[in-house]
Ligand binder design. Structure first.
Ligand code: BYC
Length: 309
């Protein structure tokens, strides 16, 4: 079958690494998969504020509090850039929020776990932001212009977040026995959910092949997960702590670390809404939306007045 001209131009741009921009013709499925991925990514940033926000009032010093506050604010900013990027594809913000609140849209599985101690803030920074960077740096080269450009700034900020988490764990690792135990316990709880963040294994990832062809994804879920394991297996030595995996072992032949079996049943349960905090997270978001109604009304009333409507 002969390709229509707009499709030829689109394919050619993808081939030549020319960004697709909002007004360019694009296949409907490309638009839809981008709306799905970018809106889920935006939701993850916004829901991701909750587990850490839980520790702002209890941070152990003023310095730690100021840093954590700035980090959580950064996540809000990331959510806003990403919602704006998704809007360029023709979906409204209210519709995206509605999809989040009704459970129609996903957000990252990782944010459905609780933050039990201060060390969890370190583990989130080191592992969760670390995994986010591993996944997101290649997205700076995604074929859709507004998404790729949003990712550049996000990755710079994530890099600072990752370092602050590592520094928290380093400090605890050098502290008293209780502090070291607390850091180790946090790593034990966050490690496996962090490597699940990269998504299902390649042989059960329905979107990878097409999204790689469209250069939205540059690496598969398993490729990025392996890179992340390789880096963390070395970094944990600097912390003087351990990753909770007895099968973690350098494989000379592969040039990578082998690692243990991931509990994919747990992953899918969390994705389906049955994780430890799914219900709480959605209720909190819904409440924030409801409580913000008067702000939205006031803002739109002002805009109408200014525009003489
Ligand atoms: N949690 O075919 P697949 C952050 C879903 S970082 C929940 O591999 P794809 C932050 C997937 O949506 C976290 N669901 O899909 C960091 C799909 O379901 P649907 C957010 C997941 O799109 C620190 C199905 O499983 N990062 O925000 O090719 C502090 C099959 O998957 C997960 C991003 O969103 C998961 N972990 O690849 C604060 C990065 N994994 O949609 C905030 C952008 C998979 O068909 N997103 N699923 O119903 C991506 O790079 C890709 O969308 C993924 C999945 C690698 C996540």
């Amino acid at each position: 079958m002969q390709q229509a001209e707009p499709e030829i131009i689109f394919d050619d741009k993808i081939e030549q690494e020319i960004k697709i921009e909002p007004k360019d013709w694009m296949p409907e499925k490309y638009r839809q998969t981008l709306i799905r991925q970018i809106s889920q990514h935006a939701h993850s940033e916004i829901v991701g504020m909750l587990p850490e926000g839980n520790w702002i009032t209890r941070a152990p010093s003023l310095r730690r509090k100021a840093i954590l506050l700035a980090k959580v604010q950064d996540e809000a900013g990331h959510g806003l850039y990403l919602y704006s990027a998704a809007e360029t594809l023709g979906i409204g913000r209210e519709e995206m929020y509605d999809q989040l609140h009704t459970g129609k849209a996903k957000y990252s599985s990782i944010f459905n776990y609780p933050t039990l101690t201060w060390a969890d803030i370190g583990a989130i920074g080191w592992l969760v932001d670390g995994a986010a960077i591993m996944n997101q740096v290649p997205l700076c080269r995604a074929s859709y212009g507004p998404y790729a450009r949003a990712m550049v700034r996000i990755c710079k900020e994530e890099s600072f977040h990752q370092r602050q988490g590592f520094e928290i764990l380093l400090t605890l690792g050098k502290g008293s026995k209780e502090q070291r135990d607390m850091a180790q316990d946090a790593i034990n709880r966050w490690w496996w959910p962090s490597i699940m963040m990269f998504g299902p294994p390649d042989d059960s990832s329905p979107h990878t092949i097409q999204n790689t062809k469209w250069k939205i994804k540059r690496f598969t879920n398993d490729e990025l997960r392996q890179r992340f394991v390789d880096i963390c297996a070395e970094q944990v030595k600097v912390l003087g702590l351990e990753l909770p995996d007895n099968d973690l072992k350098w494989n000379e032949e592969r040039g990578h670390y082998d690692f243990g079996e991931i509990n994919w049943d747990e992953f899918w349960e969390v994705v389906k809404g049955n994780g430890p905090c799914n219900k709480e997270r959605l209720e909190t978001r819904q409440k924030a939306w409801d409580n913000g109604a008067w702000v939205r009304e006031a803002a739109s009333a002002f805009a109408e007045k200014r525009n003489g409507l």
